[in-house]
Design a protein. Structure first.
Length: 314
């Protein structure tokens, strides 16, 4: 897992100093989730195609625990791989990406989010900025000028989707990561340096807040998500202890409910052939019983792999 890589990364240890030890301790204490490829691709699909449904899901998009770690394969998120609607700053050399989420109150709707990732080379990185995400109805206004949907009107989005993206942006406030404070304190505190770090944070977080809000909403979607125990690490960890290596962390796996995957091919007029599975666009509906994703289904052959389709929102 990426969580294991971050904890063991020697460059992060030397660069972040005491901050890395605190980060490693928090990841170990967190409830850890691995988003399966279909699950991650579904969150990617919803984020791009129906931002209005993300806003509808705010009231019930709660963290399942006070401290959580979520991660997934970067390749499962085609919006990020292709840079679709995310501006010009995106990466294609990332292997896995994850977030450490810490609840700031008992509601589970106000949390701090720290972003980390690994490259295909095996090296890891952590954004110098975290994000304060407050989805409560009584959330205070952002400490910066309120964003309007006008900045998202690029000829491809309708007004409702643009306003929804603005509503999300107004619930998120960046802050300097406490895990990097010691490292940043050792650098020259000049306006040019801070602008450089702010620019880096903008690139790190482009589209990420929308994605992880969506992933948590999907995790709470009663008719879509299923959480199962991950593999038993006991034997592997015992062998690693004998070798003087740290034990591997256990985790849960977030999957798409079998009753939805069972529909594979049911809407294609056959068994799906060799067409790779893909999610057909759905949207969240909020009911008193919880969050539900309306008309979610998969087309194609899941055994042939999974692909996330690309939608242009008019």
């Amino acid at each position: 897992m990426l969580a294991d890589q971050i904890i063991a990364d020697s460059e992060l240890m030397s660069g972040m100093r005491a901050g890395h030890a605190r980060l490693a301790s928090d990841i170990r204490k967190a409830h850890r989730f691995d988003l399966s490829e279909p699950f991650a691709a579904a969150a990617d699909e919803i984020m791009r195609s129906t931002p209005t449904s993300i806003v509808k899901a705010f009231p019930l998009a709660r963290l399942p625990h006070r401290l959580c770690w979520l991660e997934t394969a970067y390749a499962a998120r085609s919006a990020f791989v292709n840079g679709q609607n995310l501006g010009e700053i995106y990466r294609t050399d990332i292997s896995r990406i994850g977030v450490l989420l810490e609840a700031q109150d008992d509601s589970g709707l106000h949390w701090h989010c720290h972003l980390g990732w690994s490259f295909r080379t095996g090296q890891c990185s952590l954004s110098h900025y975290g994000m304060d995400v407050n989805l409560r109805d009584d959330a205070p206004p952002p400490p910066f000028p309120t964003v309007t949907g006008d900045i998202y009107m690029d000829g491809r989005r309708n007004r409702a989707d643009a306003d929804a993206l603005a509503a999300i942006a107004n619930r998120v406030t960046p802050f300097i990561s406490p895990y990097h404070k010691e490292f940043l304190a050792s650098l020259p505190n000049t306006p040019a340096m801070m602008k450089q770090f702010e620019a880096m944070a903008f690139g790190d977080w482009s589209g990420e807040q929308e994605y992880w809000i969506t992933a948590i909403s999907l995790l709470n979607s009663r008719n879509v998500a299923r959480v199962e125990p991950g593999p038993d690490m006991a034997k592997l960890s015992k062998a690693r202890r004998k070798q003087g290596k740290p034990e591997l962390l256990d985790y849960s796996v977030c999957k798409i409910a079998p009753r939805i995957l069972a529909r594979v091919g049911s809407r294609t007029g056959g068994d799906g052939g060799n067409v790779r599975a893909h999610f057909v666009r759905g949207h969240f509906k909020v009911r008193s019983s919880g969050i539900h994703w309306w008309s979610p289904h998969v087309r194609g052959d899941a055994s042939a792999g999974f692909v996330s389709k690309r939608y242009e929102v008019a």
